[in-house]
Design a protein around this ligand. Structure first.
Ligand code: TRH
Length: 367
């Protein structure tokens, strides 16, 4: 089938990051993919090798294009009127509607399960009379699942941790705790660095490029006003990464003993890495992310210390308790096992599209 995936980059890297992974995973299963994106610049570092079966096209190009077999609107981005009209015309010409999927944001909240697979009739505009379907990624059966490459476990099993770290210029005694940091500006950042610096156990913080690096630099500079050279001589050491490809971003998570992740895609990658992790949610103005965090921690069956760390890290309440990756490992590993028992997102999407295939577009064949 020919897939048209539409992506608007709002901010950060999650929109394009998820759409790229989806595109590549469809391609790896023999599908043909056109990825329409308004800003493809991040793909230069995220996916420098590209993919032969994924054509990256400019958003504006849809004004002259005709639709393939499946159209995916990622994260509520709206198709241009011309493309909507082309969808309606293709429906008339083919006598059946191309599948039209609205791919939603990831959440553990119950509404994801309730809405997954529901039809959404288009009432107005050039595509009036057609039907879209909601597709909700999620953590439980009854949702669309999570993106997971078919060869992920094989690659992870063959991963050369020491070699990869060496390639990044990171050489440390085996006793040093390795922590990756990918975050926005978490309220608990200052506390985390303070804890690590004072902890008897040495920690090495590997800081990702962009907002995480800027946030850490700010804390370090403030500390150095009082203690020049900080954190030298303490239990904390730091290294700074360049922007990595998505493949190397996974390697980073596999290499570390504890991962700080954010947003949507890196959370999923942390789950597959099966190491303890802390998640910073994309902060929303109305604090909607608080309910999202609570639902996720419940699903994760997080121990009390991990819950309180998350609350502080995300600015919900309190200040970060002691890091305790050993106590947090069990729920991360159990979560991965639960997820592995469920079909991945692309398998579910392929099945969903076939069940709701052109001509059957008004059925609700969730799952
Ligand atoms: O960048 P994010 O904060 O994206 C967010 C979320 O998707 C959020 O839901 C959305 O509302 C908001 O954007 C607009 O975090 P996320 O989702 O983890 O995406 C980061 C992507 O960047 C992920 O695919 C991993 C990738 N990445 C690399 O490939 N190399 C790197 O060096 C880094 C730091 C990230």
């Amino acid at each position: 089938m020919l897939w048209d995936i539409f992506c608007k980059v709002i901010d950060n890297h999650g929109d394009i990051g998820v759409c790229w992974r989806l595109s590549v995973q469809l391609a790896s299963r023999g599908e043909q993919v056109r990825l329409w994106v308004d800003d493809a610049s991040a793909l230069q570092w995220m996916a420098p090798a590209g993919n032969d079966r994924v054509q990256v096209l400019p958003w504006a190009g849809q004004s002259t294009a005709g639709p393939g077999d499946v159209v995916v609107e990622a994260f509520g981005c709206e198709l241009e009127p011309h493309f909507q009209a082309a969808l309606a015309a293709a429906t008339r010409a083919r006598g059946r509607q191309p599948a039209w999927i609205n791919l939603e944001y990831l959440t553990a909240e119950p509404f994801a399960q309730r809405s997954h697979g529901l039809p959404s009739p288009v009432l107005a505009g050039p595509a009036a009379g057609l039907t879209k379907h909601f597709f909700h990624p999620g953590f439980t059966p009854g949702t669309g699942g999570l993106l997971r490459e078919e060869d992920l476990d094989r690659r992870r099993a063959g991963f050369d941790r020491a070699g990869w770290l060496h390639g990044q210029g990171i050489e440390l005694p085996a006793t040093t705790r390795l922590i990756s940091l990918f975050c926005y500006e978490p309220p608990g950042l200052d506390d985390l660095l303070t804890h690590c610096a004072a902890d008897p156990e040495p920690s090495h913080l590997i800081v990702t490029a962009g907002r995480a690096a800027a946030a850490v630099r700010k804390v370090v500079e403030a500390r150095r006003l009082a203690s020049p050279g900080w954190p030298q001589g303490s239990s904390l050491s730091l290294s700074w990464l360049p922007l990595l490809s998505q493949l190397d971003f996974d390697h980073l998570l596999w290499a570390c003993d504890l991962n700080f992740v954010r947003g949507e895609d890196s959370l999923v990658r942390a789950l597959w890495a099966a190491q303890p992790f802390v998640w910073q949610l994309y902060p929303q103005a109305d604090d909607a992310h608080h309910a999202k965090l609570a639902a996720f921690l419940d699903w994760l069956d997080a121990p009390a210390s991990l819950r309180s760390f998350h609350h502080a890290w995300n600015g919900v309440a309190g200040s970060p308790a002691r890091l305790d990756p050993q106590a947090w490992a069990g729920c991360a590993q159990a979560a991965r096992q639960r997820l592995l028992a469920q079909p991945d997102l692309v398998s579910q999407l392929l099945r969903f599209v076939r069940h709701n295939a052109p001509g059957k577009a008004h059925e609700t064949a969730a799952g």
